[in-house]
Design a protein around this ligand. Structure first.
Ligand code: SAH
Length: 323
């Protein structure tokens, strides 16, 4: 294919649907995902995912690919779509989260595809492992969180390590995807080491294996002990933030209201100094007023708030800051 020529389909009507299957149980397959598979005449995917939806595939061409053939899957999908076929490329979870959506667009753009070139592309969202694993353990993602994949097959380790260090420092709840495989066993140990530099060893960790599949297994542990757990290819590791707790088998990250509303009286009485519906007194406005009135140096404030000194300097200068 010539990448400088706009791609034209050989036969019109072709479609590529990037379908997220969710965790694997049929109750969690969305109605649109089911309909997209029904509409497709060709289904392409990794063998395990093909097996998950086996009974929806009767009469369709099924192309099974191995885990490492991601680009082949996308190239195959494009070739079929150019023949006017309706192709469902299936992924577990969401196709856009460590899935086929990215590689597919890369292949399409390289081949000269544009959204109006006659081959329609649809992304059908699915519940990703972080949603489904979180749902099984309680409410761990109720405050800021992020996902990091420990797979170094396509990402250099220093990039992964830098991100682990940054989010551990910044107190995010973290979902670790691809934490360990037969050959990649050291990454989770390194992740733990990086986290322990910033976080309490007792930080709650949930290990969720094969969520919503027959071999589902859930284990609660701590940051200090997490590497002793049974972690494999189909495991997601959820590490709490400094406020996360486990109670009665449920992992919960508070929303943050505790500092604003007194919950103990059973009613939403506002804590002294805070106003309902307004930012916290330690929110942006209140914090700016506090640091400006403090008389403390930018260096001291940077240390107290763990923020860059240059940022504090501009914040202190406020409206008088030179532009
Ligand atoms: N597109 C997928 C992620 C693919 S990367 C999604 O959105 O969920 C593969 C990783 O996803 C696995 O190593 C594991 O960390 C996680 N994962 C996928 N399915 C899972 C399941 N059923 N239970 C636990 N973790 C799962």
């Amino acid at each position: 294919m010539n990448p400088t020529e706009p791609l034209r389909p050989a036969i019109p009507g072709g479609r590529i649907m990037l379908v997220g299957l969710g965790p694997g149980a049929h109750e969690h397959l969305t109605a649109r995902a089911r309909a997209a598979i029904a509409e497709a005449d060709t289904v392409i995917g990794y063998v395990t995912y093909i097996r998950l939806v086996a009974e929806l595939l009767e009469g369709k061409e099924v192309i099974r690919k191995s885990m490492t053939e991601e680009l082949d899957r996308a190239i195959e999908a494009l070739a079929r779509a150019r023949q006017g076929r309706k192709v469902a490329l299936i992924s577990s979870g969401d196709a856009g989260v460590y899935g086929m959506a990215g590689p597919t667009f890369e292949v399409l753009f390289q081949a000269g595809w544009t959204p109006d070139s006659g081959i329609e592309v649809e992304i059908v969202p699915g519940a990703s492992a972080l949603n489904t694993c979180a749902a099984l353990v309680g409410a761990p993602l109720t405050h800021d969180f992020c996902a990091i994949s420990l797979s170094d097959l396509l990402t250099p380790w220093p990039t992964i390590a830098r991100r682990l260090d940054a989010v551990a420092y910044a107190d995010f709840v973290v979902a670790l995807y691809n934490p360990r495989s037969g050959r990649r066993t050291g990454q989770i140990v390194e992740a733990q080491r990086l986290f322990l530099r910033h976080r309490d060893p007792a930080t709650p960790v949930a290990i969720v294996k094969s969520a919503y599949r027959p071999k589902q297994r859930i284990e609660f542990t701590t940051l200090e002990r997490m590497t002793e757990a049974d972690i494999g290819m189909l495991t997601t590791v959820l590490i709490g933030n400094s406020q996360t707790f486990v109670r009665d088998g449920l992992m919960v990250t508070p929303r943050g209201y505790a500092s604003k509303y007194a919950l103990d009286a059973g009613e939403r009485a506002t804590v002294d100094g805070e106003q309902s519906g307004r930012s916290l007194s330690t929110g942006l406005e209140g914090w700016l007023a506090t640091i400006r009135a403090s008389g403390r140096s930018a260096t001291e404030l940077a240390d107290t708030y763990r923020l860059p000194e240059a940022y504090i300097r501009v914040a202190l200068a406020g409206a008088e800051a030179p532009v």
